[in-house]
Design a protein around this ligand. Structure first.
Ligand code: SF4
Length: 321
């Protein structure tokens, strides 16, 4: 499994920096390899310290550990920001392109022009998938999005700019529901999501998106009755939108909504006497975690709706560009 990381080339790169003490940061899903990774690096003569922090993306670099080591190796994500002394170790899943095609054939895709997308773990084979789809008669768009994404077709939970709007539908290669759902809201098109590992196809239709947006309208309506708002700005380097938080706070105050800015690395504000949270940190928190937080957690765009600066018809998914 470790062959999915190119550690050999990387060790040479790290040696050239003269680093002796190395920090390691991995997402929870691959922490079971940590003993093996540490063993390999120690055998090469490095002193290794492992970050115990969660790591949801490369927006979430362990800055405290970085201060204590010569170099930090951040596993499994492509960089969303460049930081000095941080080396990114992407994770690639080897999958069978023919099996992706076979899974796609289980559904009758009634569109000709498709935009091809994937998470970073699967994006390295999208050119191959594109060729095979073209053999089957599709017109395929494979686009590189904003600087925050590094590979053609790559999407993040906070960035869907690789989706080509000229397409009639979107094909997504990857696991889970969050990315394809985000793509559907962003593009307002049907999304065909193929999981190469499970060999399963899930379809996200426009009407499901409408249901999601209706749920968000309900939250917005609740938020409109609130008096006190906490506008969250994240201290995580790749999620920091303090300027936007200041702008939103001024906007809310201008329409008599009492608001403060809270700078934090965790959106846990149980002890703050606010009834509603406006979240400028990771957009996934607004969409996934508001039930746990037990208060409406709104995106910047939704805050603009509350303040009357945006209409409900102009609903947009929150992205960090
Ligand atoms: S901000 Fe959220 S969605 Fe974006 S890269 Fe970070 S963890 Fe992923």
């Amino acid at each position: 499994m470790l062959r999915r990381f190119d550690l050999t080339g990387l060790i040479e790169e790290v040696r050239e920096t003269n680093a002796k003490k190395i920090g390691i940061q991995l997402p929870d899903g691959i922490k079971y390899w940590i003993f093996e990774i540490v063993r390999i690096l120690e055998k090469e003569g490095f002193e290794v310290v492992v970050s115990g922090k969660a790591s949801y993306g490369s927006c979430d670099i362990d800055l405290e550990l970085l201060k204590k080591v010569d170099l930090l190796m951040h596993f499994s994500h492509t960089p969303v920001i460049e930081l000095d002394r941080v080396v990114y170790v992407p994770y690639k899943v080897e999958y069978n392109v023919e099996s992706v095609l076979k899974t796609l054939r289980t559904e009758d895709i009634e569109f000709e022009r498709v935009s091809l997308t994937a998470t970073s773990q699967y994006a390295h084979k999208l050119e191959e998938v594109k060729e095979r789809l073209e053999d089957e008669g599709f017109k395929v768009y494979l686009k590189k999005g904003s600087d925050r994404v590094k590979m053609k077709g790559q999407v993040l939970g906070c960035n869907f700019t690789s989706v080509d709007r000229r397409a009639e539908a979107v094909i997504f290669v990857g696991d889970g529901n969050f990315h394809p759902k985000g793509i559907a809201i962003y593009s307002k098109k049907d999304v065909y999501a193929v999981s190469p590992l499970e060999e399963k196809l899930r379809k996200f239709r426009k009407d499901e998106v409408e249901k999601f947006i209706r749920e968000r309208y309900t939250l917005i309506a609740k938020a409109m009755e609130c008096k006190n708002f906490c506008v969250v700005a994240s201290s995580k380097p790749g999620q920091n939108r303090l300027d936007l938080a200041v702008k939103l706070r001024n906007l809310l105050n201008s329409v008599n909504c009492n608001s403060i800015i809270v700078y934090t690395d965790e959106v846990r504000l149980e002890n703050f006497p606010c009834e509603c949270i406006i979240n400028t940190a990771c957009p996934r928190i607004s969409y996934d975690d508001w039930r746990v937080i037990k208060k409406p957690v709104l995106t910047p765009q939704e805050a603009e709706i509350i303040a009357g600066k945006r209409s409900l018809d102009d609903y947009e998914v929150d992205e960090i560009l």
